[in-house]
Design a protein around this ligand. Structure first.
Ligand code: ZN
Length: 142
């Protein structure tokens, strides 16, 4: 399994995910949210950050179903879906992830035929047992 690489800017995202919280970095100066995490606000230049709690609700903005040739770690689990989810709290923030049938379900647990652009999803959290809790997505109407 390929796991995310954590850096200093993004580490809080994973710490909150381990608590079952979806949080997005926001500027403590002007309040603008930003993703992916980075040290400086592109709007006002401030280095002060907050981590804003999101509802976990969103919609599928786009998705793909990758097919081989793929890197070996991905080829072993294909076919699967990769979704881009726009957050209900701020549709300008879009997160990449997978739609699954349950937090710990296999990557292919929801067939691609079930996915639709605009479908409502909610974040769920899977403790991989390898030191990372991954936010994933479940359809609101499976
Ligand atoms: Zn700012």
């Amino acid at each position: 399994m390929l796991l995310p690489v954590q850096d200093d800017d993004g580490a809080p995202f994973w710490t909150y995910a381990a608590r079952g919280e979806l949080r997005v970095q926001a500027c403590a100066g002007c309040g603008e949210p930003r993703f992916p995490p980075r040290p400086c606000c592109p709007h006002c230049g401030s280095f002060d950050t907050d981590w804003r709690l999101m509802s976990g609700r969103g919609r599928i903005w786009s998705y793909v179903v990758p097919h081989p040739p793929l890197l070996p770690s991905y080829a072993d689990v294909a076919p699967y879906n990769v979704v881009l989810v726009e957050l209900a709290d701020d549709p300008r923030i879009r997160l990449v992830g997978n739609v699954v049938a349950a937090p710990d379900a296999a990557l292919d647990s929801v067939p691609a035929e079930r996915l639709r652009i605009g479908a409502a999803v909610r974040a769920v959290f899977w403790d991989t047992g390898e030191g990372v809790t991954l936010p994933r997505w479940q359809l609101e109407r499976p």
